[in-house]
Design a protein around this ligand. Structure first.
Ligand code: TPP
Length: 639
């Protein structure tokens, strides 16, 4: 039996000896490495917070005290220490543990969304609520230096600084990295400290002094604080937090359990908002992760434990974008790339290597990315903002008012659109084609394959008086699907027999639609499959095609409310086209985590389900459907 087996919850951590604690940290690391090597996951961030999380759970009393993890990708250790080590084999699998905190899993989890930079706002609210209700509870927010580059974090700090009654401890987990090294003025200030050769010596000194201070309450804290201010100022511009009026403890070696516990105890005793600045190393304790240049196993796929070799992913949509951006960058000197702390995941790394001066990593700051892009466009450049589809939600108002209202030629490239799967509800890119529908003048393209991605990206970048969007999915694109004809700007992908069914195939769903057509043709049903390419605005040619068929079916991997199908239906109605309509899309729900294919199957976005539905519909349709009023033959899918 391992020591870990005896840990049913944080209280079991209290009586452990120093040796047992050391053993526990290595057992935790073994479990992390072993699990992620088979399943994949956020290994690097979690290896870096083993001692930090252990210290939090020894000093505070979760779930009475509340621990909020920013982003939540670094909460595996927290899960292990709160009674879930035995379930770790099911991590990120359907029916198993979520890769993020989950209220359904444990009372120790409270905040589960994994969009970054929110923890301090949640914590601010929680701590104020406990103060007003007279509950003696601490709130601990763990935030990385990456998440700290997000504007919301600073809005929260500005408020926390004056919330004197809040028992709030902010643990800044400073490993110098987001995926790649964190960039920006804040980071430069933090890095100056970390890379100072005198830092190790000072850490020792700080530790000794900390141990010498009995530290009960604000008076002792102030003594300590004054001492620290002197030390810090000698080292680096650390006034950052203090200028905001926030109490600051640190820097602390985040891998020194004793030092961490001491700092947290000091912060706890102070009773008001305090920042504990912990320096950690991403991937700590597993060489292959620590040495991994691109992202220190920030989010690895399966890998070989001995060599650290990750299983190759094959060529994905992102790679097609990455290569095309280099071609475009060579052809067009005015094209610049913007990433929000995800240069490799969104495929801007090749462009960055070639055109470093034309690439901007703005930190986890999607809002800033959008408005800054508007400024770049106003200044005569054409920015390409490459982000994951789900994170565009953050910048909706900026897209609407700052980019579209000003008719700026900015191209947004949305990767990981549609169902993404294992990362759960917050990572599915199922919102973009709905929220963007309401933006006047914005044009949206959904390429069906690699060839169309290249083509549409070029077309998008040629638009200089309106925002354009190119969105594509996770994973490998299908083999290129050639067009057999054109209808306006749209591609006809299949045209067989009589005009019974028009399948409007959006983006990656084209592959499914072509398969649907084959199934229907085999049953003697006439089908036309059309890929609009540009889904916003609706191409008038699609309206005419719809008028000529007996049934229109739209298929998209976006939420069913307000998406492409919904807008097409509305457009047909406006045009007086009365052809019955069936809309296939993602149910407007927060989907649980599972493999992408399994989710698509559950929600009926498969050729088999769609083809069966069409056959059933056609049977029910009256012989002559053209005179019927426009209506939606709308069914809810299971799941
Ligand atoms: C709004 C938003 N944008 C982008 C991401 C993608 N993302 C997840 S973790 C991460 C880096 C986080 O860095 P940091 O907070 O320093 O944590 P670390 O992984 O280094 O521990 C990014 C960019 C996100 N989760 N939310």
């Amino acid at each position: 039996m391992s020591l870990l087996d005896s840990i049913a919850g944080p209280r079991d951590l209290r009586g452990l000896t120093e040796d047992q604690l050391a053993l526990l940290t290595s057992e935790i690391r073994d479990l992390l490495v072993d699990t992620c090597s088979r399943i994949g996951g956020h290994l690097g961030p979690n290896l870096g917070v083993v001692e930090l999380t252990l210290a939090i759970h020894r000093v505070f009393d979760s779930p009475h005290d509340r621990v909020v993890f920013d982003t939540g990708h670094q909460a595996y250790v927290h899960k292990i220490l709160t009674g879930r080590a035995g379930e770790f084999d099911g991590l990120r699998k359907e029916g198993g543990l979520s890769g993020y905190p989950s209220q359904a899993e444990s009372d120790h989890d409270i905040v589960e969304n994994s969009h970054a930079s929110t923890s301090l706002s949640y914590a601010d609210g929680l701590a104020k609520a406990y103060a007003i209700r007279g509950e003696d509870r601490h709130v601990i927010a763990v935030i990385g230096d990456g998440a700290l580059t997000g504007g919301m974090a600073w809005e929260a700090l500005n408020n926390i600084a004056i919330a004197n009654a809040s028992k709030l401890v902010i643990v800044v987990n400073d490993n110098g990295r987001s995926y790649t090294p964190t960039v920006g003025g804040l980071t430069t200030a933090l890095t100056t400290l970390r890379t100072n050769p005198r830092y190790e010596k000072v850490l020792e000194l700080v530790k000794k002094r900390l141990n010498a201070v009995p530290g009960v309450g604000p008076t002792a804290y102030d003594t300590l604080h004054a001492m620290k201010r002197g030390l810090k100022d000698a080292l680096a511009p650390q006034g950052l937090f203090e200028d905001l009026g926030l109490k600051y403890v640190g820097p602390v070696d985040g891998h020194d359990l004793e030092a961490m516990e001491h700092a947290l105890t000091q912060a706890k005793r102070f009773g008001g908002p305090v920042i504990v600045h912990a320096l950690t190393r991403k991937g700590f304790g597993y060489d292959a992760a620590e040495q991994h240049e691109a992202d220190q196993f920030h989010q690895s796929g399966p890998f070989d434990v001995d060599t650290g070799e990750q299983t190759p992913k094959g060529r994905i949509w992102t790679d097609v974008f990455a290569d095309e951006m280099v071609h475009i960058g060579t052809r067009r000197q005015d094209v610049v790339g913007i990433t929000a702390a995800m240069v490799h995941p969104v495929g801007l790394h090749k462009f960055q290597a070639r055109f470093p001066d034309r690439t901007f990593d703005v930190g986890i700051a999607e809002q800033h990315a959008a408005t800054s892009a508007a400024g770049l466009a106003m200044g005569g450049l054409h920015p390409v903002v490459a982000i994951y589809a789900t994170f565009l939600n953050r910048a909706f108002d900026q897209v609407l008012m700052d980019v579209a209202l000003h008719r700026c030629g900015v191209t947004f490239v949305l990767d990981r659109a549609g169902v993404t799967g294992e990362d759960g509800a917050s990572h599915n890119g199922m919102w973009d084609m709905s929220v963007l529908q309401v933006v006047p003048g914005l044009r949206l393209a959904a390429p069906r394959d690699g060839a169309r991605l290249r083509e549409l990206l070029n077309e998008a970048i040629d638009v200089d008086d309106a925002p354009t969007v190119v969105r594509f999915s996770k994973g490998p694109p299908p083999e290129d699907i050639p067009a057999v004809g054109k209808a306006g700007g749209a591609d006809i992908l299949a045209r067989n027999g009589t005009k019974d069914v028009l399948v409007v195939a959006i983006g990656a769903m084209a592959e499914v639609a072509v398969d649907v057509a084959e199934r229907l043709v085999a049953q003697g049903i006439g089908v036309t499959v059309v890929d609009p390419r540009w889904v916003k605005p609706v191409d008038p040619a699609i309206v005419e095609l719809a008028r000529e068929h007996r049934l229109v079916v739209s298929v998209e991997d976006n939420g069913r409310i307000g998406g492409c199908g919904a807008v097409l239906l509305q457009t047909l109605n406006d045009a007086g086209v009365t052809t019955p309509f069936r809309l296939h899309a993602i149910p407007q729900e927060f989907l649980g985590h599972a493999k992408r294919a399994a989710i698509l199957d559950q929600i009926g976005l498969t050729s088999q389900t769609i083809a069966r539905g069409i056959v059933e519909d056609l049977v029910l349709l009256p012989e002559e459907t053209k005179d019927l009023p426009a209506r939606s033959v709308d069914v809810d899918h299971p799941g």
